[in-house]
Design a protein around this ligand. Structure first.
Ligand code: IDP
Ligand code: MG
Length: 151
């Protein structure tokens, strides 16, 4: 019988070192009102991201202030808190290969007016405040934000 040859076996794509990250994603109240929850989740799933946790909730002012603490001294802080607490949001933990940077690419830049068509903010956002979606910007913020929303 022919021997199994282990050497020379080509590596499959999945064999490469992976960097599976978790990200906190929020479909903000304007996204829920525009009825694009399904569209956004579909875009994430088509990119092979996994929805690990999902809930719908109106974010309290207290939680919103904790979540956006880094912006507390900015002049847009109060309008931001009013906006994010203005109605129900969909809050998710999303995982996948390099999910933090890849989800932020799918989102587009903060200012929807500067976001390219084909990105979520470019297609559905209004301006720099009303921009449909939040995604964690680093592994440290992802950890902090996931603990805040799913403790
Ligand atoms: P990001 O959501 O793209 O990470 P951040 O700078 O972390 O952007 O800002 C958090 C949120 O605050 C934004 O998504 C947006 O809703 C709002 N925001 C950010 N910058 C401005 C601004 O210059 N004017 C008004 N609202 C802003
Ligand atoms: Mg941010």
């Amino acid at each position: 019988m022919e021997k199994c040859r282990v050497s020379g076996v080509k590596k499959k794509a999945g064999d490469e070192a992976s960097n599976i990250e978790k990200s906190l994603v929020i479909i903000k109240p304007d996204g829920v009102k525009k009825k694009i929850v399904g569209e956004i989740i579909s875009r994430l799933e088509k990119e092979n991201f996994k929805i690990e946790k999902l809930k719908m909730a109106k974010i309290s002012r207290e939680l919103a202030c904790k979540h956006y603490y880094e912006h507390k001294d900015k002049d847009f802080f109060d309008p931001l808190i009013d906006y994010i607490t203005s109605g129900p949001s969909v809050i998710m933990v999303v995982s996948g290969e390099n999910s933090i940077s890849r989800i932020r690419e799918l989102m587009g830049p903060t200012d929807s007016r500067k976001a390219k068509k084909g990105t979520i903010r470019g297609d559905y956002g209004v301006d720099v405040t009303v921009n449909v979606i939040h995604g964690s910007d680093s592994p440290e913020s992802a950890k902090r934000e996931i603990e805040l929303f799913f403790k």
